[in-house]
Design a protein around this ligand. Structure first.
Ligand code: 4NP
Length: 152
């Protein structure tokens, strides 16, 4: 199973999703993350995301931001998007129905359609980063439970 986590800049939310998901899945799973913009390409995650993850004993400091590519749609089985704008952008890059089918909203597995987006913490403070961490942690649990049910 190959999973790609996607947000806008690939420096705040999706690096956390990548780091958290890696702690929950068996080692043969492949987890990566990307952004829809290339503005931060090559940069390490935002210091606040690195610190928040470190507070939970997760090291995301070596990750590097990269934009999503056409090849990702073939390489990954599932592409999870942090919010609706990101998902619309990702879907617009898909070439066919098979690729579109791989794309979903990250929090969809929680079945809470009123709060289905992971808010962008970029302009916020450390409390918002911690809240986002907790939300992503719940989302990762829900996704892993869903995948276990589908694939057993
Ligand atoms: P992310 O957060 O999508 O969770 O990585 C953001 C990162 C950068 C910007 C916005 C959101 N930006 O405007 O540069």
């Amino acid at each position: 199973m190959k999973i790609l986590m996607v947000c806008l800049g690939n420096i705040c939310r999706s690096p956390l999703a990548e780091g958290i998901m890696k702690t929950k899945v068996p080692s043969h799973f492949m987890i990566d993350s990307a952004g829809t913009i290339s503005m931060h390409e090559g940069k390490h995650p935002d210091k606040r995301s690195i610190k928040t993850a470190a507070n939970h004993q997760i090291d995301i400091s070596q990750q590097r931001s990269r934009p999503i590519t056409n090849a990702d749609f073939d390489k990954f089985d599932k592409i999870y998007c942090m919010d609706i704008d990101v998902m619309a952008d990702v879907i617009s890059k898909a070439k066919n129905e098979e690729q579109r089918q791989k794309v979903s909203l990250f929090l969809e597995a929680l079945n809470d359609y009123e709060n289905a987006e992971v808010p962008d913490p970029y302009w916020g403070d450390m409390k918002e980063f911690e809240d986002v961490f907790q939300l992503i942690d719940k989302g990762c649990d829900a996704i892993f439970n869903q995948l276990k049910t589908i694939h057993q």
